[in-house]
Design a protein around this ligand. Structure first.
Ligand code: HEM
Length: 313
């Protein structure tokens, strides 16, 4: 609702990302949180994570209650202008018909939690990495700007319709996602039956953590995996190359639900930002070293931003 509230929630989510990135927290999640929470040190991690989650829940419930209060004072708007309003309006409609179904406050709170935790935090952090990588690679920045200037010009913003015509810019977005390796450990999964892999038996009910990093940093598919090279996503004709091992959203039935939204956001934000501005790091020795956690974070950085085309309205 306000900038201050936005950063409060972001702080809470970041807190949990740090806690869950701790190897002991990972170990606890992989084995038995119920048992290990009774042991020294694990109990601290467990309670810190629970406290953070409770704070997030409380924050979201407060925001939802504020919306409901506004509804009761001002009445429902003719058309919803945000997700919470739309959900509450549907809930009220169903309530009048006697069956709310899944449209409950608890469901709304959990949806908001997912949209923030899985949706907002991931995309903004990846974008943040993108800004850093592009500004510290001036040749990439120039190539991307030249492509956008050629295809879009300087009198309008880049739109999603331009996406197929901007292969280099798409390659920059892909390489940003590959190198930042946002969710290095992926989410926990559990085998639903006995499985054999390379002669090893993994029993039914085993918790497993698919390692996205091993695939995104595989030398065979991505030579010099530690370097930022958007060209690896282009073929000899400069067209965008599909690489099956590019799996930042994981694979399978439970792969990320928000993939297309996230890719569109990343493309629109980075292309428009660098179309309008030339950005240089304030520190010529700016590090790219990632801060580890359940989700990776870019190192803090400062930059100089210079307008390169007139303001587009
Ligand atoms: C750069 C941005 C994003 C990345 C890198 C990312 C990555 C992932 C990954 C690796 C998973 C785990 C898949 C698995 O369990 O194997 C996941 C799950 C999920 N993501 Fe994303 N995600 C991003 C953005 C989003 C957005 C924008 C949304 C929604 C608006 C979203 C919603 C979800 C949901 C709901 C799941 C759980 C799916 C399920 O368990 O069935 N994500 N994401």
């Amino acid at each position: 609702e306000t900038e201050e509230e936005f950063y409060r929630l972001k702080g809470m989510l970041n807190g949990n990302i740090k806690i869950l990135g701790n190897p002991l927290a990972q170990f606890m999640m992989l084995t038995s949180p119920k048992l290990l929470k009774n042991f020294p040190y694990f109990d601290k991690i467990f309670h810190a994570a629970m406290k953070n989650s409770d704070n997030v829940k409380e924050f979201l419930e407060h925001q939802i209650a504020e919306h409901m209060k506004r509804f009761s004072v001002e009445g429902e708007p003719e058309e919803a202008t945000n997700y919470v309003q739309a959900f509450l309006m549907e809930m009220n409609k169903r309530e009048k018909n006697g069956d709310v179904g899944d449209f409950t406050i608890e469901q709304l709170r959990n949806m908001c939690n997912d949209l923030w935790g899985a949706g907002q935090e991931t995309t903004t952090t990846t974008t943040n990495f993108g800004i850093l990588y592009i500004m510290t690679h001036p040749v990439v920045q120039q190539k991307m700007q030249a492509e956008i200037d050629r295809v879009v010009g300087s009198e309008r913003k880049v739109s999603l319709n331009d996406r197929p015509n901007l292969p280099y810019t798409n390659a920059v977005c892909n390489e940003t996602q590959r190198l930042c390796n946002l969710l290095p450990q992926n989410l926990l999964h559990r085998t639903t039956k006995d499985v054999f892999i390379n002669g090893y038996k993994i029993k039914k009910g085993t918790t497993i953590v698919p390692q996205i990093s091993c695939v995104l940093f595989d030398q065979k598919t991505f030579p010099n995996p530690e370097t930022f090279e958007p060209e690896r996503f282009l073929d000899d004709n400069g067209k965008l190359r599909r690489i099956d091992e590019f799996v930042p959203f994981s694979v399978g039935k439970r792969q990320c639900l928000g993939e297309s939204l996230a890719k569109n956001e990343l493309f629109l934000f980075l292309s428009n930002l660098y179309h309008e501005f030339k950005i240089r790091p304030s520190d010529p020795n700016q590090t790219l070293e990632t801060i580890n956690g359940f989700a990776a974070q870019p190192p803090p950085y400062k930059c100089n931003v210079e307008r390169r085309i007139p303001i587009i309205h």
